[in-house]
Design a protein around this ligand. Structure first.
Ligand code: PSV
Ligand code: MN
Ligand code: MN
Length: 387
């Protein structure tokens, strides 16, 4: 039997990176609702991210998206973040919002467009050098809408060439993580649609290239924990983008749609050595809060990950191994479900208090006055991407 007391040290290893774009206004193609208090600058986004960390102790780094978070002096931004109590994390490149990229970026048939997209990623590596970031995350909107529209085979070759050029500029301690997504914005084919394609490219590049798994980027019914197990087995799971989906790429609060799936994923992360000291796996959120307040939305998100991590750490792996060896299907399943059904909320509240954190971070944030303050101070906040 594993008890909560047995896992308290391991729980302390949990760190979840939050995305700068979660603090900006976002929405759907139907409407972007403005939220009072929305950041007007990159600094204000970082201040909000730091607030999430202050109330939870779980979010020590914030990811940036370039050019959404472009500033003149990234060294100064790094110092500003440190003053706020957080560090700058993953740099996300963006080759999906310029008109030039309508028919692709790193996979475009025109070498000039491919060159522009490569150059943007090289610029992002310069940003990483100034921010001290380890990871360059590449997500491509590239794909086609109609059969026959593009040479899907040639596009793979162009992609491989372009990724190689970017990879070659990484520093010794830097990594490239390649994210996949099965559809959207392209509707017929996507150039990096699945983990296998991402794996094929990062395996060819070398050990500094890894796969990024965004939980919202799979077809319904996909067994994501199997992908996690396989990528960890191959030594190629670089990072997660956590969020929840009901239908497509919904970007809802992680654990909101299917906490059991989140639990199953974290069980495999721990099983595969992807959690804790020495692990290569970066846990990040990639979410947008369209109708709820953004800071408590992020607080709820990191708490959900913490809750499922605690339950996953409670899994009695010895008893499970015994039941599996004995071929006792129902006992194995019961042991698994026991861990999932364990209510850890009171234990976690106590754990937080012992560490000088609020027992209930949601309530503490509500009572803090921060939300009222930013609503009063910030007038005319921006959409996630456009500052
Ligand atoms: C694409 O759907 C994605 O999940 C990628 O991670 C992007 O970087 C992120 O959204 C923000 O556009
Ligand atoms: Mn993502
Ligand atoms: Mn997405």
């Amino acid at each position: 039997m594993t008890t909560f007391a047995d896992i308290t040290d391991r729980l302390a290893a949990l760190a979840i990176e939050v995305p700068s774009w979660a603090y900006g206004n976002s929405g759907t193609r139907f409407k972007v609702f403005g939220t009072p208090g929305t950041p007007r600058t990159v600094e204000e986004k970082i201040a909000d991210a730091a607030t999430v960390h202050r109330f939870t102790g779980l979010a020590p780094t914030v990811a940036l998206h370039i050019p959404w978070d472009l500033v003149d002096d990234f060294g100064a931004l790094r110092r500003y973040a440190a003053d706020q109590g957080v560090a700058l994390g993953t740099i996300n490149s963006n080759t999906f919002q310029d008109d030039d990229y309508k028919l692709g970026s790193l996979t475009h048939a025109d070498p000039k467009v491919r060159e522009k997209a490569v150059q943007h990623n090289l610029d992002c590596i310069e940003v990483m050098n100034a921010t001290g970031s380890r990871d360059l995350k590449i997500w491509l909107a590239d794909g086609t809408n109609y059969p026959g529209q593009g040479d899907i085979r040639a596009r793979q070759d162009w992609l491989a060439e372009a990724l190689q050029r970017i990879y070659d500029q990484l520093g010794d301690d830097q990594r490239l993580v390649l994210e996949y997504k099965f559809f959207e914005p392209a509707f017929y084919h996507t150039d990096v649609p699945d983990w296998g394609t991402s794996y094929a490219h990062v395996a060819a590049l070398g050990e500094k290239a890894m796969v990024c798994l965004d939980t919202g980027h799979h077809a319904p019914g996909t067994n994501i924990e199997f992908i996690v197990a396989q990528l960890l087995r191959l030594g190629k799971l670089g990072s997660f983008d956590f969020n929840s989906r009901f239908y497509a790429d919904d970007d809802l609060i992680v654990g909101a749609a299917d906490p059991f799936q989140l639990f199953r994923i974290i069980v495999e992360v721990i099983r595969g050595g992807g959690y804790g000291p020495g692990s290569e796996v970066a846990l990040m959120l990639d979410q947008c809060h369209n109708i709820e307040h953004k800071i408590p939305g992020q607080i709820r998100s990191v708490l959900n990950v913490q809750e499922m991590t605690a339950r996953a750490l409670l899994l009695d792996t010895d008893a499970l191994a015994e039941a599996r060896t004995a071929g006792d299907v129902l006992a194995a399943n019961e042991i698994f479900m026991d861990a999932f059904y364990t209510d850890v909320r009171r234990d976690l509240a106590g754990w937080r208090e012992e560490r000088g954190l609020p027992a209930d971070p949601m309530a503490a944030y509500d009572a803090s006055g921060y939300q009222q303050q930013i609503e009063a101070d910030r007038v005319g906040g921006n959409q996630a991407g456009w500052n």
